[in-house]
Structure formats: structure tokens, C-alpha cells
Ligand binder design. Sequence first.
Ligand SMILES: [Cu+2]
Length: 186
Amino acid sequence: MRSSILFASTLWAATALSHGNITSPPARQPGPVMQQVCGAAAVSAILADGTGPLENIQSNGAADCNIGLCKGAQFEDNQALVQAFAPGEQVPFTAELPIPHEGPCNVSIVDTATNTVIGQPLLVFDSYADENLAQLPPNNTAFSVTMPTNLGTSCQVPGECTMQWFWFGTAAQQTYENCVDFVMTA
Ligand SMILES: [Cu+2]
């Protein structure tokens, strides 16, 4: 998004511009529980453009609503999407980046109760989605992570952990997140 239209929050603008998101594995989507927690406007913003940045999503200000964790999407709306991964398993991701914005990106496992990263990021791009390149590197839209082998008993209960793709467009000042809910198999 150009800075000149950063202020735009109208529906047509959000619809006309798409930026990026994870398309596989399935990422958390908005739903009725998110609407209860974060309000209808936040849900509408994601439904209007699922690839838009966090900055386009208006929270209702409730203490329980954290747009900075999975765009405010709630685990309870996504229990059917929980993936099962084994320690050491390679998990392929696909992303779409219709409007790239250069900046850092990472994939990490997040403890949802505390919104803190567990261990080291599974993947780090110092420079991702560089719109100045003639063509994005193939690993920007198809990459994989290796599930850690040292999680102990963490992440075995659905909803306890989520795998978060995080990308910040530095010049655009736009933040992107998608969460893949999963359990680690023993
Ligand atoms: Cu954008």
C-alpha cells in the first residue's frame, strides 16, 4: 500500500488492495467467537481482505482482544483446522504476496496464553517480500519449517500453541500475521 493511501479505511480500499497471507497449511480465520471478543468491525476488516495488515483491523478495545496475536482470530473458531505435526517434521508453507513490502519475516511457535515465542524462530528472513526485486525469490512464497524436537510436553493440547507467520513491511509500516494452529504428536 502506498503511504498516500495509508489512511484509507473504507471498504473499497481494503478490497482493492491485497498484500499477503498464508494459504497453506490452513490459517486461523475470523468467526463468531472473534466477533464476540474483538467486535464486528474487526471481523469485517478481515472478511473484506484476508491479506490486509493488522493496521487495517480495528479492535473494539476489549482487554481480551489482541489484534497482535493472530489478527485477533480466536482458536475457538478454528478447532476444525488444528494440524498435527511430529517433532522433526518438515512442514511446507505456501504464501501469496500480491503486494510485497520489503521487511523482516519470521515463523515461530507462540505460547498463546502468554503471547510469547517458544524457543528460537523456526525460520527468519532478514529481508522478505522486497518489491524492488524484479521477481520475488521462490522461497518467499514456498518455504518449509522443521518442527523442533525439544518442546517436551509443550504444544500437545489444541490451542496451547500456534505457529505464527509474521511479516513487517518496513517502509509500508504494515504488519502481517497468520496463525497455523497445531498440536505436537508425542
Ligand atoms: Cu500492504
